[in-house]
Ligand binder design. Structure first.
Ligand SMILES: Nc1nc2c([nH]c(=O)n2[C@H]2C[C@H](O)[C@@H](COP(=O)(O)OP(=O)(O)OP(=O)(O)O)O2)c(=O)[nH]1
Length: 143
């Protein structure tokens, strides 16, 4: 036995924010691009929180960079963690509305606008399952 036998290496902790963008009662779902972790899985647009940022600041920045548009960030849906082989992702999802511009694809394979109840039919990244389940019961019509 070596001195550090049994010692555990701390898992990489990755804090991520995602935007459930609502328009006309539907929610924007985005399919991850090729050549990345979780390629082909569906996710909420967003990304990693930088150390100096609040979750909302990070989401605002990520949506501008990734979708080239601006959103208003509303209520938090939930936070959930999933242990991937590359680290633990802790994902917080917010309901968002478009303020200006039209979401454009810079890195995703495709977008789909789905009614909340239809969202679970997609192959979501595992960290998203709780948020998708919660949003799938929501009704955004008239909002
Ligand atoms: N943006 C986003 N990432 C998610 C979601 N669910 C989920 O497991 N992730 C994972 C995928 C990535 O491993 C991690 C961070 O997302 P990211 O969008 O910054 O990842 P990335 O690989 O595109 O970023 P980068 O390292 O190239 O800067 O979180 C989600 O709904 N949205």
């Amino acid at each position: 036995m070596t001195a550090d036998a049994g010692a555990t290496v701390p898992r990489k902790q990755i804090r991520v924010v995602g935007a459930a963008i609502v328009r006309d009662g539907e929610v924007m779902c985005a399919q991850r691009g090729g050549g990345k972790q979780l390629s082909g899985k569906w996710e909420f647009p967003g990304g990693k929180i930088e150390p100096h940022e609040t979750p909302r600041e990070a989401l605002h920045r990520e949506i501008e960079e990734e979708l080239l548009c601006e959103v208003e960030i509303g209520d938090e849906v939930c936070t959930d963690s999933y242990d991937y082989d590359f680290g633990t992702v802790t994902l917080t999802v917010f309901i968002c509305h478009l303020l200006s511009g039209e979401p454009r694809r810079t890195e995703h394979q495709q977008f789909r606008w789905l009614k909340p109840a239809d969202m679970p039919s997609l192959d979501w990244a595992p960290a998203d399952h709780k948020a998708v389940s919660m949003i799938s019961t929501m009704d955004f019509m008239g909002k």
